[in-house]
Ligand binder design. Structure first.
Ligand SMILES: [Zn+2]
Length: 220
């Protein structure tokens, strides 16, 4: 979720900037949180780095950590890394791991790279995780098409095997950003990572909804 913040710019004027991705977990207690922002300030000589000091709202934790954001426009900032705490592994539900045993491992490697500020690697890692999840999902339901699914581009597999219109919409952008990855990587890095992570969340959510719906229909 994005959020607007008031910060002081290079000439001492207050400006409103937008952060495109809010931190949604605490790296100390590893719970899902809505961050309690203590301070937000622009730093480095060009004022292109945004540092946010956050306190965990969980009463049993209350630890403080920092989130570092970068910008390419001066007004929109993308999460670059967390400083403080211990980075935690994101656990997916069993049915996701059943469909794609490799997805969780690749996703967590990309997440770990992102949280360490290794953004050259994380964007490509998230895209690879998405490709494994979607192709394994398609193979899970269409085992006879396995070879053709493996050989096809991610965009083609989404068009043919994923029915949810929201996933189809976002996926067009992700495929487009994915193509630019090697050439315009630095320019698009923040956008690529945010969009692909969102698409992964949507896909995981959609697969879970589909599973629950199938179970309810079977039970009634
Ligand atoms: Zn905490």
């Amino acid at each position: 979720m994005q959020r607007n913040l008031l910060v002081t710019n290079k000439v001492g004027k207050e400006i409103t900037i937008t952060i495109k991705e809010e931190v949604d977990f605490c790296p100390h207690c590893h719970n899902k949180i809505t961050p309690h922002i203590l301070a937000a300030f622009l730093c480095d000589v060009n004022f292109e780095t945004l540092n946010i000091t956050i306190r965990c709202p969980n009463l049993e934790c209350q630890e403080i950590f920092m989130a570092e954001y970068l910008t390419d426009s001066g007004y929109q900032f993308y999460l670059h890394k967390l400083i403080g705490g211990n980075i935690h592994v994101h656990r997916f539900e069993a049915h996701i791991n059943d469909i794609s045993p490799n997805f969780s491992k690749i996703f967590n490697e990309a997440l770990s790279a992102q949280n360490s500020g290794l953004t050259e690697i994380s964007g490509g890692g998230f895209r690879k995780a998405l490709e494994f999840l979607i192709k394994d999902y398609a193979i899970f339901h269409n085992p006879g098409d396995k070879e053709s699914i493996i050989q096809s581009s991610l965009g083609k597999v989404i068009a043919k095997y994923i029915e949810d219109p929201r996933i189809k919409d976002v996926s067009k952008r992700a495929a487009w950003l994915g193509n630019d990855e090697a050439h315009y990587y630095r320019v698009w890095e923040g956008k690529t990572t945010v969009d692909i992570k969102r698409l992964i969340e949507l896909t995981v959510h959609w697969i879970t909804m589909e599973k629950l719906t199938t179970e309810i229909i079977k039970d009634l």
